[in-house]
Design a protein around this ligand. Structure first.
Ligand SMILES: Cc1cc2nc3c(=O)[nH]c(=O)nc-3n(C[C@H](O)[C@H](O)[C@H](O)COP(=O)(O)O)c2cc1C
Length: 217
């Protein structure tokens, strides 16, 4: 089944070719992504598609903000996370390290500045949510994001969700004239992967399913 194949193949790419993506293709992907379910069918998502020179301009602003504030990729948790969970992030970074070494780049700089520049992807999609919604509607944004990344893969394109940029929401809103009452929940880099980049050979691991399930029956 194509869906299972796409689920197994999809991964986040962290180096993209600059080749532009036709507006119609982005539109087709989003048209399918909005088939995602949402509570009471509210369809609370709003997409801001930033491409070409505007994507470059946004990235310049984000990199400047990152250099000033140095807020890096992080889960933004409100309490210390359980050790079992922090270990997963650490293990993932550790498994990425040989690829960064091969590239001769500093991991933090590559990931943080790379995230700000959408890893060179020609298209950045920002998914926004109106502030009138409760936090529970973030579930709907997550689902549409899940659809989007799988559909993009099905179209022969690849993605990387970019949460880091939400630390610079004020700068994003200012650069793109986004209304004050909208939250930028997540960004997504979309484009053709640069298959010559070592980091794109990296595939993240998953814990065994038994780690996540508790059966009550
Ligand atoms: C909500 C969210 C935010 C993310 N933010 C970033 C980010 O800012 N920078 C980045 O390089 N990857 C980011 N990622 C990608 C994750 O690191 C990646 O999904 C995870 O390591 C699992 O790898 P996979 O997508 O290749 O399966 C994000 C993913 C999600 C779902």
């Amino acid at each position: 089944m194509d869906l299972i194949k796409a689920i197994k193949e999809r991964k986040s790419f962290r180096a993209f070719k600059s080749d532009p993506i036709p507006r119609e293709t982005v539109q087709e992907i989003l048209q399918l992504a909005i088939c995602a379910p949402s509570a009471i069918n509210l369809q609370p998502w709003e997409f801001i598609v930033v491409a070409g020179d505007e994507r470059e301009r946004l990235s310049r602003r984000l990199i400047k903000a990152y250099k000033e504030k140095k807020i890096s990729c992080g889960p933004g948790n409100v309490k210390p996370m359980p050790k079992t969970v922090t270990k997963r992030g650490a293990k993932t970074l550790e498994q990425m390290t040989p690829f960064f070494e091969e590239m001769g780049v500093n991991t933090d700089q590559f990931v943080n500045e790379g995230s700000c520049s959408f890893y060179g992807a020609p298209v950045a999609i920002l998914i926004c949510l109106d502030d009138s919604f409760p936090k529970a509607r973030l579930v709907d944004i997550g689902i549409v994001l899940g659809y989007l990344v799988l559909i993009a893969h099905e179209f022969g394109l690849e993605t990387c969700p970019i949460g880091l940029i939400t630390a610079y929401e004020d700068e994003i809103k200012d650069t793109l004239n986004i209304l004050e009452n909208k939250s930028v929940v997540i960004g997504v880099a979309l484009g053709h992967p640069d298959t010559s980049s070592p980091i794109n050979r990296f595939k993240s691991y998953r814990e065994g399913l038994e780690t996540f399930i508790r059966w009550i029956e």
